[in-house]
Design a binder for this molecule. Structure first.
Ligand code: HEC
Length: 146
């Protein structure tokens, strides 16, 4: 490739990666590969959803809302706003990926690793899975930050 055509080609590649806008730059929040393959040790634990609901009520409702729709009173002034945890697009991510995000935090989302132990964090992930049904089809996409 002639050097002078290089920047244009790079721009084209960058632009194509930015469609849809939700995948563009700072909006993308991806867990590292080794975190996404971590399995949820409490996925099938009968008590986990109930225990996770208690963790959720105490720590998450204020931002993510009673029903998980991202509409908690304490979260409405943030950019981005708290994620709608009932969005089927959440199923595009593994439990391990969500656990990593919960643990690490970003923007207004606190790093819960410092405040909740591993068991509590897996419990709340297991609970989150119960508030929106798994979609029949894989590969749902869409904005999760209203
Ligand atoms: C102070 C407000 C606040 C509190 C409290 C809070 N969150 Fe969040 N949360 C956010 C915001 C804002 C985002 C979006 C962050 C971003 O995209 O940069 C987010 C994102 C998330 C995500 C990532 C979803 C995704 O895939 O992008 C999960 C999962 C999550 N929160 C779960 C929880 C759980 C569980 C709790 C309680 C233990 C909690 N949050 C408490 C504000 C909050």
């Amino acid at each position: 490739m002639h050097p002078s055509t290089m920047p244009l080609a790079l721009l084209a590649v960058a632009a194509s990666l930015c469609l849809p806008a939700a995948l563009c730059g700072a909006d993308e929040w991806k867990a590292p590969a080794d975190a996404t393959t971590t399995t949820n040790p409490l996925a099938a634990a009968p008590d986990a959803p109930g225990q996770g609901a208690a963790v959720y009520r105490q720590n998450c409702v204020v931002c993510h809302g009673d029903a998980g729709k991202g509409d908690g009173p304490g979260g409405q002034f943030f950019t981005p706003k708290p994620t709608n945890l009932t969005d089927a697009a959440l199923w595009n991510e593994s439990d391990g990926s969500l656990f990593w995000k919960l643990s690490t935090g970003r923007n207004a989302m606190p790093a819960w690793k410092a405040m909740l132990n591993d068991q509590q964090r897996w419990q709340v992930i297991t609970y989150i899975r119960t508030i929106s049904p798994r979609p029949a089809q894989k590969g749902v996409s869409g904005p999760r930050n209203p």
